[in-house]
Design a protein around this ligand. Structure first.
Ligand SMILES: *Cc1c(COP(=O)(O)O)cnc(C)c1O
Length: 369
């Protein structure tokens, strides 16, 4: 038996030799950051790859989320999901706004549009939904509510790189969408992120905000921030982009093997991909139900003892964290579906290099209980 841990995810790293010529170029032209040639090239290539027209790349998705709320001049209350990574709610708090949690749909794990209207008050100005595990939100229903109440929609699309919905990029929905290129995401630039804008004017405002609000040498037009991506990160993104389709295909094979092998395991529910969208196979969440022989936490521990690292992602729920749990909308009774899901979910290892043998080991550990 080998003692090497199977990680929950592993970043896709191309051959180092492929990256070296890019570094040499940076050393040659001595342009290290501030909209350099690789930065410009990555924005252009991402637009083409993702099928969007306007993208602003950032140093990470959290700063991009914070900037997106600024760019839309959001104030008051923002309706959001408690079932996400903390950065979603934190970006709202960093703007001095109040997150208002609304429960999720237990089938999609995304904000339940049927519950949004009841949470709208005169102070509500925006909705920040998350395309959880790359599964699209009910974007049409959310837009309809936003339109009738005059609200902005800012999607935390950190999981949704390369997702098409009904034949078009999912990132075109809403007023803005934010991607993450963190090392643990499907497409990574070590650290990084992006905002997708609907038009050139919005992109220009965002580009200004991410560069301290500097409009030209003598003019600062807004209290901006430093959200710029360096040339090294942008260059790595260009290399990464050449391999992303292959990496996603390898992830798909892992996803398919799990689905087949775990389909009939009593007490294990597998979440279903949206029928009208392509997944990017970024996560493989299972739900450990009451009729499984072990609790979720016991299964997590059992996998760990067998050198398999899974993650209780998303647990604990954002709304149960100390800085949020005092909010009226954070009460457990208001969010039954999100609370139940957070107690049952376990994300299994999924990455391009996960071998069939290693995966068999994971599957057998789950089956032999
Ligand atoms: C990863 C993630 C973020 C934060 O991204 P960073 O690039 O690490 O700042 C935000 N929201 C969600 C849903 C995420 O998964």
């Amino acid at each position: 038996m080998n003692n090497k841990n199977i990680p929950v995810t592993q970043p896709f790293l191309p051959e180092l030799s492929e990256f070296i010529p890019y570094l040499e170029k940076i050393w040659d032209n001595r342009w290290l950051t501030n909209n350099g040639p690789f930065h410009q090239q990555l924005e252009a290539e991402l637009c083409r790859y993702l099928g969007v027209e306007h993208i602003s790349i950032f140093n990470n998705a959290t700063i991009a989320l914070i900037t997106a709320l600024q760019a839309m001049r959001i104030n008051g209350e923002v309706i959001t999901t408690p079932y996400s990574f903390v950065a979603t709610s934190h970006s709202i708090m960093w703007n001095g706004l109040e997150p208002v949690f609304v429960d999720i749909d237990p089938e999609t794990f995304n904000l339940d549009p049927a519950k949004i209207e009841a949470a709208i008050t005169p102070r509500t100005t925006a909705i920040m939904p998350v395309h959880c595990y790359s599964n699209p939100c009910d974007v049409a229903a959310i837009q309809k509510i936003a339109d009738s109440y005059g609200l902005k929609v800012i999607y935390d699309a950190a999981h949704a790189f390369g997702v098409n919905y009904k034949g078009e990029s999912l990132l075109k929905w809403g007023d803005l969408s934010i991607l993450s290129f963190h090392a643990t995401k499907v497409f990574n630039t070590f650290e990084g992120g992006a905002i997708i804008s609907p038009d050139a004017k919005t992109k220009q405002r965002i580009d200004c905000l991410k560069n301290f609000g500097i409009a030209d040498e003598l003019t600062v037009t807004a209290p901006g921030i430093n959200g710029k991506m360096s040339e090294i990160n942008a260059a790595f993104g260009l290399v990464q982009l050449k391999h992303i389709d292959q990496a996603m295909q390898q992830r798909q094979a892992v996803d398919t093997r799990y689905r087949t092998a775990l389909a009939d395991v009593q007490g294990i529910t597998i979440y279903q991909h949206h029928p009208e969208a392509n997944s990017n196979y970024s996560y493989f969440p299972i739900l450990v139900e009451a009729d499984y022989p072990l609790s979720r936490d016991e299964l997590y521990e059992k996998l760990k003892v067998n050198n398999i690292l899974s993650r209780r992602y998303f647990y604990p729920l954002i709304s149960n964290m100390p800085m949020y749990r005092g909010l009226p909308s954070a009460q457990i009774g208001q969010l039954p579906e999100a609370n139940q899901l957070a107690d049952k979910v376990l994300c299994l290892p999924i990455f391009h290099e996960l071998s069939a043998d290693e995966q068999m080991q994971i599957i057998e550990t789950i089956k032999n209980c």
